[in-house]
Design a protein around this ligand. Structure first.
Ligand SMILES: NC(=O)c1ccc[n+]([C@@H]2O[C@H](COP(=O)([O-])OP(=O)(O)OC[C@H]3O[C@@H](n4cnc5c(N)ncnc54)[C@H](OP(=O)(O)O)[C@@H]3O)[C@@H](O)[C@H]2O)c1
Length: 335
């Protein structure tokens, strides 16, 4: 079978497309024939060596995938049927391969009518977007939201979900004029060019100096100062990634300001919610599937690359050339 292997840490060039024997299905495992795998920014950080939870080398990337149940181990007790199409979320990865072996508890049942690419858009990125608004920021009707990297995989869903959860004005940042036009079409009321030096002043102007109620930040680094400068009284700033390469750090004065303005700064990791509140994750995914089936939510499926072009796909994300969900098409089966 064909698969991607990572044998050393580094840039996208470390993703090697190669041939290996198909894995055996152990008695307590399920063997899946993979249809497609979703790409997440965490997959890139993993081979760069910047992800906090490092997979031991060598490994096959791919933390989310959709596949067909090919074999069920003799000791597995499950309702899942041979030939059933299922999804998997796995910290052990393994989705960038034609076949992969999973633990039975990793299986997620998926609606028959949703294509594999849409399902993949709703997994790590969809669940994270839902929980960022509902669980981490606890959004209330009418509150304004600032969504950074709004054209991305998490970003496009945050824009749509903010509207579905009755947000007030939605602000979104994107790095090019074309992306800002796109996010406006998806529902962003005020697209912001974060490459302008004083973008926070523009937001303060639009909001009549009030600022934003909820800021969702996957960028980190020095932008924290501008973010906090346009956070409203009682505002919530949620850090959920470090696209800039650096975690945000707060000065004593910024902490004092939080106190006098009743603001909060918090973090969010989907892994912690999966570990401590699996029921909350299940509810989020069910709601996402329902909204998509009702046509209320339309994940942006930006790009699909063949498995052999995994390195190019990662390079495109790093080069900020992508929008929405980026997929690796693995098998040649109907999605
Ligand atoms: N904490 C969690 O549980 C959790 C869950 C899911 C994702 N995340 C995080 O959410 C962030 C977005 O993930 P994603 O998978 O949806 O990726 P993505 O948004 O699809 O791709 C990255 C986009 O971010 C923007 N960007 C800004 N600064 C960048 C930089 N220095 N390098 C590259 N891109 C940069 C680019 O858009 P512009 O051209 O508009 O700048 C780029 O297109 C990542 O930090 C990821 O780790 C966290």
């Amino acid at each position: 079978m064909k698969l991607i292997r990572v044998k050393t840490r580094g840039g996208p060039g470390v993703l090697t497309y190669q041939e290996e024997p198909r894995p055996d299905c152990a008695p307590d495992r399920i063997l899946l024939k993979v249809i497609a795998a979703g790409i997440n920014f965490a997959d890139i950080m993993q081979h760069q060596g910047t992800y906090p939870l490092q997979l031991p080398l060598p490994y096959t990337p791919g933390m989310e995938f959709v596949g067909i149940v090919e074999e069920i181990g003799a000791n597995v007790t499950t309702d899942v049927r041979l030939g059933e199409r299922v999804a998997v979320l796995s910290w052990e990865a393994g989705g960038y391969a034609e076949y992969t072996v999973i633990r039975p508890e990793q299986v997620l049942r998926i609606p028959d009518l949703l294509d594999a690419h849409t399902v993949l858009a709703l997994l790590f990125q969809g669940i994270s977007a839902y929980l960022l608004l509902d669980y981490a920021a606890k959004i209330r009707a009418g509150e304004s939201v600032l969504i950074h990297a709004a054209a991305g995989g998490v970003g496009n869903l945050l824009v749509q979900l903010a509207k579905l959860m009755n947000a007030g004005d939605v602000f979104g940042t994107a790095g090019t004029g074309a992306k800002r036009e796109m996010i406006r079409n998806w529902g962003v009321d005020y697209p912001i060019d974060y490459t302008e030096p004083n973008w926070h002043e523009k937001i303060l102007g639009i909001t009549g100096r009030k600022g934003i109620d909820i800021i969702l930040d996957p960028i980190g680094g020095s932008a924290i100062a501008q973010n906090l400068s346009c956070l409203a009284v009682e505002g919530r700033f949620v850090s959920y990634g470090w696209l800039s390469g650096d975690c945000p750090s707060l000065t004593a004065t910024q902490c004092q300001n939080l106190l006098f303005r009743n603001q909060s700064v918090s973090g969010f990791a989907i892994s912690a919610v999966m570990n401590h509140h699996p029921d909350i994750v299940e509810t989020a995914l069910t709601q996402l599937f329902t909204w998509v089936q009702m046509d209320k939510l339309k994940p942006i499926l930006g790009h699909a690359f063949p498995l052999e072009d995994a390195a190019q796909a990662h390079a495109a994300i790093l080069g900020r050339k992508t929008i929405g969900k980026v997929i690796l098409q693995v098998g040649r089966y109907p999605a």
